[in-house]
Design a protein around this ligand. Structure first.
Ligand code: URP
Ligand code: ZN
Ligand code: ZN
Ligand code: ZN
Length: 473
């Protein structure tokens, strides 16, 4: 196929507007938008009746991640193939250092693993301990490796968890480097305490999982990190917000002028805690993720948060473990590897349950599945946009196409799907990543290694008066 592609007859839907126009793609870039374009030699894609949207960006995935004694089962090839099949054309994964280990080495290890990706990718780098060398590695990652975000776990005590001292040091330092910090907000001490109490009471099955992580565990941590960010004058991004409390805390902080961002998972928007209400270990364990699924009442607040701007991004926290891996926790729910799949279905779930129900407009759908993430992580307008000069990461989106989600047909390398049996309207007919058609008429046309690392520049220094001195003015 030629390096030139004409997308003809579609409606370009961005986070801003809808426009009937053709798109000319050349050498992986959007070369022209309009009518009557010079298209000699171009391959033509008919987008009649379809929307042309910026490819989805999933800001939270875990491909082939060593975690809780296992390695997540989707690797960077299979995971990104599933992504493009669902209309997602970029992921931001997490590079996690060995205990006490080097952040740069983690970035290198993840870079090596990601070489087989079929769409573009970047990494948040995790800070799991604090020292002068961590501080200097952060600086090197920002300066030389295109990293502008660092991740912290307030949960997973004894493994990835950091305390408030580390958070203060790291978030403050990141601010001085022009980087944004992410946090998994759950009080890890409270979780460890509740896990111990539940096990002592003989509650060893997966039902113990949500009991060990009630909404207040998340609410407390969300409020704490918001307060820490306020003390530092730093922006903060809270991953997988799953409760009304945490959403309200973010809303209050934003109303007070704090730059707090919130991410919500497709899974938490539509699945509730009734999934734990079964004696079928396999099914309950498949839904063990953190934060856990919540009582249905939380979902309205999450949807409202997306619509009113309290929450800006949607993700999946795609982290697959198959039944034999989940079975490690057969006699102890605290040993069930945490995580659920989702990358292939996020876009359809958001369209079906968001746009079709009137909770989101098509423009808001594009914003929360792509554009806002590109802006927050400083890769806009190259990503998350349909404009001349932007990367040709595009999806021909069929707003009326239907499919039934199932592990029997999905591309994710995992033996279940949390959305199993869900009939959804809205799907990717064709996905274009870096100018190449990688998904068309239900077929993958991917080339392992065609994905590229996306270097993300630091943020322009903003005046945060308390950042370095803590002094007034
Ligand atoms: O259960 C989850 N979410 N597993 C992946 C690690 C994390 O906390 O994001
Ligand atoms: Zn997490
Ligand atoms: Zn995660
Ligand atoms: Zn001041």
């Amino acid at each position: 196929r030629s390096g030139t592609l004409l997308i003809r007859g579609g409606t370009i839907q961005t986070a801003e507007s809808a426009l009937r126009a053709d798109i000319l793609v050349r050498d992986g870039i959007i070369a022209a938008i309009g009518d009557g374009l010079d298209t000699s030699g171009a391959d033509v894609l008919d987008a009649g009746g379809l929307l042309v949207i910026p490819g989805g960006i999933d800001p939270h995935t875990h491909m082939e991640m060593p975690f809780m004694g296992e390695v997540s089962s989707d690797d960077f090839r299979t995971g990104t193939e599933a992504a493009v099949a669902g209309g997602t054309t970029m992921i931001i994964d997490f590079a996690i250092p060995e205990p006490g280990g080097s952040l740069i080495e983690a970035w290198r290890v993840w870079s090596e693993r990601a070489k087989k990706a079929v769409c573009d990718y970047a990494f948040h780098v995790c800070v799991t301990h604090w020292s002068a060398s961590v501080a200097s590695e952060m600086e090197t990652l920002v300066r030389d490796h295109g990293v502008n975000s660092f991740k912290h776990f307030m949960a997973y005590k004894g493994a990835l968890m950091v305390d408030d001292g580390v958070l203060l040091s790291s978030v403050g330092h990141a601010l001085s480097l022009g980087a944004l910090c992410n946090v998994h907000a759950e009080n890890g001490d409270a979780v460890a305490h509740l896990q111990k109490t539940l096990l002592e009471r003989g509650i060893t099955g997966p039902k113990g999982h949500p009991l060990s992580r009630p909404p207040s565990v998340e609410g407390e941590a969300a409020q704490r990190i918001i307060a820490i960010a306020d003390v530092l004058g730093a922006p903060i991004y809270i991953v997988h917000v799953s409760t009304a409390d945490a959403t309200d805390a973010i809303g209050r902080a934003r109303a007070n002028g704090q730059r707090v961002f919130g991410e919500v998972l497709a899974q938490h928007l539509v699945i509730d805690d009734s999934v734990y209400d079964t004696d079928d270990f396999r099914s309950a364990a498949a839904h063990v993720m953190s934060p856990p699924f919540r009582p249905k009442s939380h979902q309205a607040k999450l949807w409202a948060g997306l619509a009113n701007g309290t929450l800006q991004t949607t993700a999946t926290d795609h982290c697959c473990f198959c039944a034999p891996q989940k079975a490690n926790g057969r006699d102890d729910f605290t040993k069930i590897p945490n995580g659920t799949p989702g990358i292939e279905d996020r876009m359809s779930v958001l369209w079906h349950h968001g746009v079709r129900t009137g909770r989101l407009t098509p423009a808001e759908f594009v914003a929360v599945t792509s554009t806002n993430t590109a802006k927050i992580f400083n890769i806009h307008p190259r990503k998350g946009n349909v404009s001349v000069g932007a990367d040709a990461d595009l999806v021909l989106w069929d707003p009326n196409g239907t499919r039934t989600i199932s592990a029997a047909t999905h591309h994710q390398r995992v033996d279940y799907n949390v959305f199993e049996g869900m009939e959804v309207t809205g799907l990717a007919r064709t996905t274009i990543a870096g100018g190449h058609v990688v998904w068309h008429e239900n077929q993958l046309h991917t080339v392992p290694g065609s994905g590229r690392y996306v270097a993300r520049p630091p943020f322009a220094p903003i005046c945060f008066p308390h950042a370095d001195t803590g002094a007034a003015g």
